[in-house]
Design a protein around this ligand. Structure first.
Ligand code: MET
Ligand SMILES: [Zn+2]
Length: 716
């Protein structure tokens, strides 16, 4: 039997974000390849030592990644598109782009805030064992005295997450080729002396790939030259995929019992249950009694986390500033590992726990007032009010976050800079950003969001019911991390939040300055959420706070208010049959939040990262006057879906995730593609997203090209 306690994965960016710093130094040429490798090796070693010290029996390996574990899998299987092969470093070229070469598309990892790179698999893309990263990590651990279980993305999930090469067949049609490669991988791991391997198949919880999973694991399970197989699912229940897996020759199945609920022991078909009873998706302590109750029903069980701990911060112990009463309720990665270990001990000693209390009843439907006039009426009064040119150019909100700004925030926190001094710096930055936009010829300005460290955290800091951590970083993509706030009690807005900065920016210019807010769904999606009331209830509370802010901005005379909902798709239930209900209440919350503005106030919304196609009807339902949406990196793929969209639209024409500056001709080509599907009078010209991660030289050059491309195409 697999030993009694394990976890499906662990954070890898480093407790003090060591990997982030090393990667960024390497990309800047300040760190050598050897030095970067050493930082990675140290982090891996520290992880294994830490997990062993916490008492965990079965340690995972290959949970480390220099950028993304899906990209690692693509490289392991040689699924590298031809165009990247000549790059100096194909791995980082796929991740971040290289000279003249855009990176792979990036999108959300299921309903988390982690982003993976989407593999591109055509009919001729190689699928063969080409790398040795899992074997190397196993060896590395062994040299430190640890036997480990390597974790690799499973074949069905890998192919379901991939996209076809242009004009190519669906990647899943290449399953047999992929299985040949996985068979070779299993043989190589067996040769390495590995006892167990974990193949992650979270895609199965969406209901997709059931027949393919059965075929895959019948085949891999029947191999003789292989380690024992744990197929791990997470983020929901397996549904029909459970009997499919139970009928194959694999040895263990990982189930997310937090999201998926209890499971009938007989459904496991005699396999070992790797029981995900400690949540990897939130920061709350586990109800050990309820977990024991579930664990003790199963004859052959390993205590585990519901998913990788990648999605939670490392260690609560360093959060010395948190309210002690709140801390009592919290657990981060290391505390969760300790819970897994404690549960395994209790179980071994025969504890059986008690049946859990029932989860909170669903909240009654909230009735929302949407008092805005129909779009054509609003649009007419806004056109008069704003007097904008055709193809107006705007940005998404943030401008580069300079070192000075970060230093000022640090000084304010440390008490070496006082509040008035800080505010003067912010005002100076706003003035600089306003002048820059005027000089570039941008039509609708922003204040640049210099006062915001993060678009969610900033609001969390100004609303009641949220707590902020000091070191609670969670990887978002590559070297980028976010620090999700914790919603622990009822949300309220004690005072206006953004009004003064918008007022200041508007006082500097004749051109309209957008008020910039984060939407209720996004604030909740990018926070850790309390579990004692229904999610929709939490969203409704935040919507009420945003509504008050919209009202106050409009009362100030702000003519355009942008309420961003980049995370609209993130809370989308993974199973199709539950999605409509979510979209109904999420859209209602947004409309409630924005309908406190009058008809002549133009409401903008912004979405990015997401596979917007899945929620296009809901985006339409938000009823915003203008929607800006990420599009540049996916070569305008979204455009095909936008022809029925009846209001203002700004598909991004500048990919801000890459340091590359697109030329005016390149921007113009993207804009022409937009103009083919959207009538010119409704088209906006803007980047894919905010500019905070870029530098001023990049932004100035790129925005100048946006203005040029827009002006060349104006007819008025
Ligand atoms: C992830 S969406 C970001 C929107 C925000 N207004 C910004 O520009 O930074
Ligand atoms: Zn965005």
């Amino acid at each position: 039997m697999l030993t009694h306690s394990t976890i499906l994965g662990y954070p890898r960016i480093g407790p003090r974000r060591e990997l982030k710093r090393a990667l960024e130094a390497y990309w800047d040429g300040r760190l050598s390849r050897d030095e970067l490798d050493r930082v990675g090796a140290d982090l891996r070693a520290d992880t294994w030592r830490r997990l062993a010290a916490l008492g965990l029996c079965a340690l995972p390996a290959n949970t480390f990644s220099e950028y993304d574990h899906v990209l690692d899998t693509a490289v392991l299987l040689d699924a590298v598109p031809e165009r990247y092969r000549a790059a100096a470093d194909p791995y980082f070229a796929m991740a971040r782009g290289a000279d003249g070469l855009p990176p792979l598309r990036m999108t959300k990892w299921f309903d988390t805030n982690y982003h993976y790179l989407v593999p591109e698999i055509g009919a001729g893309t190689p699928l063969r064992l080409a790398g040795d990263k899992p074997m190397r990590e196993v060896r590395e651990a062994r040299a430190l005295g640890y036997a480990t279980r390597p974790v690799v993305v499973g074949p069905v999930t890998f192919l379901l997450l991939a996209e076809p090469a242009p004009g190519g067949p669906p990647p899943l049609s290449r399953l047999d080729d992929a299985l040949d490669a996985y068979a070779d991988l299993l043989a190589a791991l067996a040769a390495e002396g590995v006892e167990w391997v974990q193949l992650d198949e979270p895609a199965l919880v969406t209901g997709a790939g059931v027949a393919e999973a059965r075929r895959a694991y019948e085949r891999l399970g029947a191999l003789t030259d292989r380690p024992k197989l744990l197929v791990a699912s997470y983020f929901g229940e397996l549904g029909d995929a459970l009997p499919a897996l139970a009928a194959t020759g694999i040895e263990a199945i990982g189930l997310d019992l937090v999201r998926g609920g209890p499971v009938d022991p007989a459904a496991l078909g005699g396999k070992t249950l790797v029981a995900g009873v400690v949540s990897g998706r939130d920061v709350w302590r586990t109800d050990l009694d309820a977990a024991l109750y579930e664990l003790s029903r199963h004859p052959d069980v390993v205590v585990s986390t519901s998913c990788s701990l990648l999605h939670v911060p490392y260690d609560l112990d360093v959060e010395t500033d948190l309210d002690p009463a709140l801390r009592e309720r919290l657990a981060f990665a290391d505390q969760k590992v300790a819970e897994v270990v404690a549960l395994a001990d209790l179980l071994a000693r025969g504890s059986t726990g008690t049946a859990p209390a029932r989860s909170p009843a669903a909240a009654p439907p909230t009735s929302t007032s949407d008092t805005r006039a129909p779009y054509p009426e609003r649009a007419a009064s806004q056109a008069v009010h704003l007097g904008l040119p055709e193809l107006p150019v705007t940005t998404i909100g943030s401008f580069p976050q300079t070192g000075e700004l970060r230093a000022a925030r640090a000084a304010l926190a440390a008490g070496t800079l006082d509040e008035p001094g800080y505010e003067r710096l912010i005002e100076a930055e706003i003035e600089r950003v306003v002048r820059l936009q005027e000089r570039l010829g941008i039509d609708v300005l922003v204040h640049g969001e210099p006062e915001r460290n993060d678009m969610v955290q900033y609001f969390a800091e100004h609303l009641d019911g949220f707590a902020i951590t000091r070191h609670g970083w969670v990887q978002s993509y590559g070297s980028r991390c976010t620090r999700p706030p914790i919603i622990h009690s009822d949300v309220r807005r004690p005072a206006p939040i953004t009004v003064r900065w918008t007022r200041y920016a508007q006082s500097l210019t004749e051109r309209p300055v957008k008020g910039m807010l984060t939407g209720p769904v996004t604030i909740v999606a990018w926070s850790f959420v309390r579990r004692d009331i229904a999610l929709r209830e939490v969203v409704a509370q935040v919507a009420e706070a945003v509504r008050a802010e919209v009202h106050d901005l409009a009362a100030e005379g702000t003519s355009i208010i942008q309420v961003d909902e980049p995370a609209l798709r993130e809370l989308l239930p993974l199973r199709r049959e539950r999605q409509d209900e979510y979209l109904r209440w999420a859209v209602a919350a947004y409309r409630h939040a924005t309908s406190s503005a009058g008809d002549h106030t133009q409401i903008h919304t912004h979405l990015c990262y997401s596979n917007a196609s899945e929620v296009i009807a809901a985006i339409d339902g938000l009823d915003a006057d203008v929607t800006t949406i990420e599009s540049a990196r996916s070569s305008g793929r979204i455009l095909g879906q936008l022809d029925g969209f009846g209001r203002g639209l700004g598909p991004g024409v500048y990919d801000i995730h890459s340091p590359r500056v697109p030329g005016a001709a390149e921007v113009g080509d993207l804009l022409d593609a937009v103009l083919e599907v959207v009538p010119a009078e409704r088209v906006w010209v803007n980047p894919d997203c905010g500019l905070k991660t870029r530098t001023y030289p990049q932004v100035e050059a790129a925005l100048a090209n946006l203005v040029t491309a827009a002006r060349e195409r104006r007819t008025d």
